[in-house]
Design a protein around this ligand. Structure first.
Ligand SMILES: CC(C)(COP(=O)(O)OP(=O)(O)OC[C@H]1O[C@@H](n2cnc3c(N)ncnc32)[C@H](O)[C@@H]1OP(=O)(O)O)[C@@H](O)C(=O)NCCC(=O)NCCS
Length: 149
């Protein structure tokens, strides 16, 4: 498995993973917007057969901070270290592009993702009531892009 930058030709497969993974509805076009805005912040994980099995879409929040608006691994490939590899590569990219921190929001009911982020060194900094349009609260989590410190 390796991680590379997301291409426009990956978007159909990435969107398929989104539909299988995330409760909220997203438009496929959102990835065209992300690729256009920060190409090096969009990553995919590819298996030995050349199939995309996970992705991470980043966004620049400000000069010092990046966020992770969308991130998912195909259900059949979870708990095999794919998400960890994506987050590690993303952290390097954040540093290379001059930012120091990663901040993200996760649904307070998404225990699996919260456990993943905690293991990756993120810590909660705020609880956001009614953060999601369709209802639901978020936990805001932050980490240095340099790792668990
Ligand atoms: C969150 C997500 C991307 C993690 O990807 P992954 O490839 O399964 O993660 P990893 O295999 O690298 O997991 C690393 C560690 O995180 C923790 N972890 C991951 N998924 C977990 C789960 N469902 N429950 C508890 N801990 C979990 C474990 O400690 C795991 O280490 P272990 O396998 O040695 O126990 C994946 O679960 C996913 O796509 N979820 C649905 C979409 C989603 O919720 N995205 C985030 C929106 S904010």
């Amino acid at each position: 498995m390796f991680v590379r930058q997301m291409l426009f030709s990956d978007v159909d497969r990435v969107y398929e993973i989104v539909c299988r993974s995330l409760e909220e509805g997203y438009l496929r076009e959102v990835f065209l917007y992300f690729i256009g805005g920060w190409p090096s912040g969009q990553l995919v994980a590819v298996n030995e057969f050349g199939q995309v099995v996970g992705f991470l879409s980043g966004a620049r929040l400000d000069q010092d901070k990046a966020s992770v608006p969308l991130f998912a691994v195909d259900p059949a490939y979870r708990k095999k270290g794919v998400g960890t590899r994506l987050m590690e590569e993303f952290s390097l990219q954040v540093l290379m592009d001059g930012m120091q921190y990663i901040q993200l929001e996760v649904k307070d009911t998404n225990a699996g993702a919260i456990a993943f982020y905690k293991k990756a060194g993120f810590y909660p900094v705020a609880y956001l009531d009614g953060f999601y349009n369709g209802g639901g609260n978020a936990v805001r989590m932050v980490r240095s892009a340099q790792g668990n410190s």
